[in-house]
Design a binder for this molecule. Sequence first.
Ligand SMILES: Cc1ncc(COP(=O)(O)O)c(C=O)c1O
Length: 348
Amino acid sequence: LAARHAALLPGDLNHAFYCNSGSEAVDSALKIALAYQRARGQGTRTRFVGRERGYHGVGFGGISVGGMVNNRKWFGAMLPGVDHLPHTHLPENAFSKGEPEHGGIALADELERIVGLHDASNIAAVIVEPCAGSTGYLPPPKGYLKRLREICDKHGILLIFDEVITGFGRLGTGFAAEKFGVLPDLMTVAKGISNATVPMGGVFVRKHVFDGLMTGPENAIDLFHGYTYSAHPLACAAASAVLDIYRDEALFERSAELSPYWEDGVHSLKGLPNVVDIRNLGLAAGIDLAPKGAVGTRGYEAFVKAFELGLMVRQAGDAIAMSPPLVIEKAQIDEIIDIAAKTIKAVA
Ligand SMILES: Cc1ncc(COP(=O)(O)O)c(C=O)c1O
């Protein structure tokens, strides 16, 4: 399975560590980053940089680098030594189709400010979702990810892409790294890796990360980390079968082909009552509704109404996020847009 994944992944992302969820993948990636830095003699690099409105699962590592207040505020001090980049949702980018125009470089340059505060010699890794998923789907403004990559390269900081949502075809490419032409040092995945048929997650690492860590004799354990169910045969079999289906049914290509139709559909909701922003990239979208009373009230009403009408949306505050299966048909996209429109009118 690892060989098949390596063949599918961009660049030299050619080694895999398997686990059972996205949360485990994120905590594993953070630990691999720390261990790698130490193995190459950079053991002072212990800090992480995450992002506001980021979601990286519910492990202590994931909530520490994540930026969703309700996932954090109950759980004490979490990991020490974490800073957060600003989120990428700017009002001037409202109703952008695909990648927003404004602010990408300035937002990424905030990483320089954090480096200036702590010194690069103390920073192990930056972790971001290429498109933030769980806070209402926030595609990155143009140039943002490339600039993050440049700054990480300049300072010897590892870049981790959390592709739990964007991986395996969501953006019309195998991975967001290909869509944006930016190669991370580590990539976390889950969901699409097994199409959720069997719980599975994974961390893919580039050759230099693998080589940097695997320095001992063949029989020695170099990375003291792993789960009883890492690379469970059932999960690996499911993941392998899913790769067959992605290939045989050309589902990544299908995602790319359907994305413009999806984009037109979701943006046709502009102008309906209380719709204050619509975002899309690949086969996913976020729609912000103006709040009504307490934050989340209208969003929850929309979630319930859509469900009653036959559509499952994800609620994030007053945003609703949608990410249809890659096998969706155009007529079904029409149905989704129709129900979404009825829902939005019903919660006006
Ligand atoms: C970007 C991202 N990272 C991590 C996770 C956590 O994955 P899991 O729920 O499998 O632990 C999620 C889940 O939605 C996610 O969207």
